[in-house]
Design a protein around this ligand. Structure first.
Ligand code: 5GP
Ligand code: ZN
Length: 139
């Protein structure tokens, strides 16, 4: 199940080069060409799924286990002090490549990088409860 227009499908098929870290049955991991921090790795399914909602549970399990392996290797080999696991779905969420991928980013105490994470707030406890009820009803 591959998309002939998809850059990550082409990497998975070996049609365009990538610096691979893992090459498994369902999962591939390779170096991100534009690292947030050097050592930034992308973990992707071999098959084309656009986002987390479309990835079958068994493939998703394999992906997160591989991401954990990569994170442990970054800590061991690069002496990372921490690791960010980030996964974007949809353009509004900052997803540029519409083939599911998990970012595994090694972090260092002195790397100087800061995510633009500004906490907001609900106008009332009722607003939060109403939003929660809506999500709950769709689970
Ligand atoms: P997104 O914004 O979709 O979550 O992240 C896409 C990521 O893919 C970016 O971090 C970008 O640097 C990386 N990327 C895009 N094109 C290529 C490519 O051709 N090769 C590699 N190795 N990484 C890519
Ligand atoms: Zn693809």
């Amino acid at each position: 199940m591959n998309d002939s227009e998809c850059i990550f499908c082409k990497i998975a098929a070996g049609e365009i080069p990538a610096t691979k870290i893992l090459d498994e049955n369902q999962v591939i991991a390779f170096m991100d060409i534009g690292p947030i921090i050097k050592g930034h790795v992308l973990v992707i399914p071999r098959d084309h799924y656009p986002d987390i909602i479309s990835v079958p549970p068994d493939v998703l399990s394999a992906l997160i286990v591989s991401a954990r392996r990569v994170a442990a290797a970054q800590v061991k080999a690069l002496n990372a002090d921490g690791v960010n696991i980030i996964q974007n779905n949809g353009r509004s969420a900052g997803q540029l490549v519409p083939h599911f991928h998990i970012h595994v980013i090694p972090r260092f105490n002195d790397d100087g990088y800061h995510f633009n994470w500004n906490p907001g707030k609900y106008s009332s406890p009722e607003e939060m409860e109403k939003t929660a009820a809506s999500i709950r009803s769709a689970l």
